[in-house]
Design a protein around this ligand. Structure first.
Ligand code: LLP
Length: 419
């Protein structure tokens, strides 16, 4: 077996478990993750960090299933969270608070309070009003909040505009030219302690050079900020390394990590701790979405394969025109036709793949690849569709790590008006 999802005797397997068997046992649509794949990608980051004060903070937003987070926690990972909900998940999955960084552009005072009480490693702050609020909140609790400023280095990550975050036009981060003054303000706030600097330039980035440009800009700023009297203990370079969805070529995780660490070290900053916040590159190719063909619908200009997964299960194609490879679980020998793979939701935007050449019969199973990141976590109940179950495969074993939602659960919080 060369990949976490590979053909064995003509059927796609997750590790040693047949995806056809999983669909039979647990129904479809079904998210399936491979533990070995999760450990493999995390291991590649961890290995490249060895011998250096550098650590991996898994971006919980990419896949927040407790079992997935727990696999990383057991391997020693830290976590990057963006809400009180994600904080609770990370803790429940076994994260240690001292290894949690709290990112996000809109933290509420309640969220700050919770994270301060728990004692997270750092707040990644994105504006002066947020510094003010954090200072006041920490003051109320008699605490000092550890702070890093998310600086917007204004580099072009060369990715989809919806997932570029480091450009001047983006809502994220403190503008580069204002960052030094913002650090000065932070230093004057009694209940804050400046500890670091961070950035996150975008997602699904396929080249190392934008990161090196961002690192250069951050280091310049670190020198200025320290000249002003602050101490920057850590540099957090964010997440964003891409994965192969189709034909992208990507640096290996190890090559990527080493290139960043080498740049920081050769520029004389080797004594500083370095943080990475990867999401997609840890989980993206560790998961597939299994779906069954309900109908084949030939059309005048297009053939449609209508499947039982939809945009509510995997939003990326509808939201970003994202490409996900789609493979039959048990490939047929007959000649293929070109299909649009679409879901049952009442929207023309409800598609999972376009113009795919596949040999299909109704009832066939398809695996939508690279669905481990921003898959289940972005799913919704649109059209009152219960969310899919999630399975984690570990060698020959399959574990249900999230039960399929029921319509009853969906309606549970709703009431009608009194008579
Ligand atoms: N750190 C911060 C502050 C972030 O905002 C993100 C992702 C990450 C780390 C992790 O980035 P990654 O390594 O996964 O690229 N829903 C979109 C992706 C949104 C990414 C948001 N921020 C998608 O499906 O492509």
């Amino acid at each position: 077996m060369s990949l976490p999802f590979d053909l064995i005797d003509g059927t796609l397997h997750a590790e040693h478990v047949s995806l056809a068997d999983l669909a039979e046992r647990f129904g479809t649509p079904l998210y399936v993750y491979s533990r070995a794949a999760l450990e493999g990608s995390y291991g590649a980051y961890a290995k490249a960090c060895e011998g250096r004060r550098a650590s991996v903070h898994v971006a919980v937003k990419a896949n927040s299933n407790l079992a997935v987070l727990n696999v990383f926690a057991r391997a020693g990972a830290g976590f990057d969270i963006v809400s009180a909900g994600e904080l609770e998940r990370a803790l429940k999955a076994g994260a240690s608070p001292a290894k949690i960084v709290f990112s996000g552009v809109g933290k509420t005072a309640d969220e700050m309070r919770t994270a301060l009480r728990i004692g997270v490693k750092c707040f990644n702050v994105e504006s002066i009003p947020e510094l003010d609020r954090l200072n006041a909140t920490a003051g109320e609790l008699g605490l000092r909040a550890p702070v890093s400023l998310r600086v917007n280095p204004n580099v072009d990550p060369k990715t989809h505009p919806y997932i570029s975050t480091g450009l001047k036009s983006s809502k994220f981060g403190v503008a580069y030219d204002e960052a030094r003054a913002t650090y000065r303000s932070a230093a004057q706030m009694a209940h804050l302690e400046v500890v670091g600097i961070d950035c996150h330039i975008g997602s699904q980035i396929t080249e190392i050079s934008p990161y090196l440009d961002a690192v250069d800009k951050l280091l310049e700023l670190v020198e200025q900020v320290e000249a002003d009297g602050a101490t920057i203990r850590h540099i957090d370079v964010g997440g964003g390394l891409g994965i192969r969805y189709n034909d992208e070529t990507l640096p290996d995780i190890g090559v990527f990590v080493r290139a960043i660490l080498d740049r920081i070290d050769t520029r004389g900053h080797g004594h500083r701790e370095v943080l990475f916040e990867p999401g997609r590159s840890l989980v993206g190719n560790a998961g597939v979405l299994l779906t069954r063909v309900e109908y084949l619908k030939p059309g005048e200009v297009k053939n449609f394969a209508i499947v039982d997964a939809a945009m509510n299960d995997l939003a990326r194609p509808a939201m970003y025109q994202a490409y996900h490879a789609i493979d039959p679980v048990s490939p047929r020998t007959m000649s293929p036709k070109v299909y649009d793979i679409v879901g049952p939701v009442c929207e023309s935007g409800d598609w999972l793949g376009r113009d795919r050449s596949l040999a299909l019969e109704p009832g066939d199973l398809l695996a939508v690849r690279s669905a481990g990141a921003y898959g289940f976590v972005m799913s919704s109940n649109y059209n009152t569709r219960p969310r899919a179950a999630e399975i984690m495969v570990d060698g020959h074993q399959a574990h249900v790590v999230r039960a399929r939602e029921t319509v009853e659960q969906l309606l549970a919080g709703e009431t009608i008006l009194p008579a």
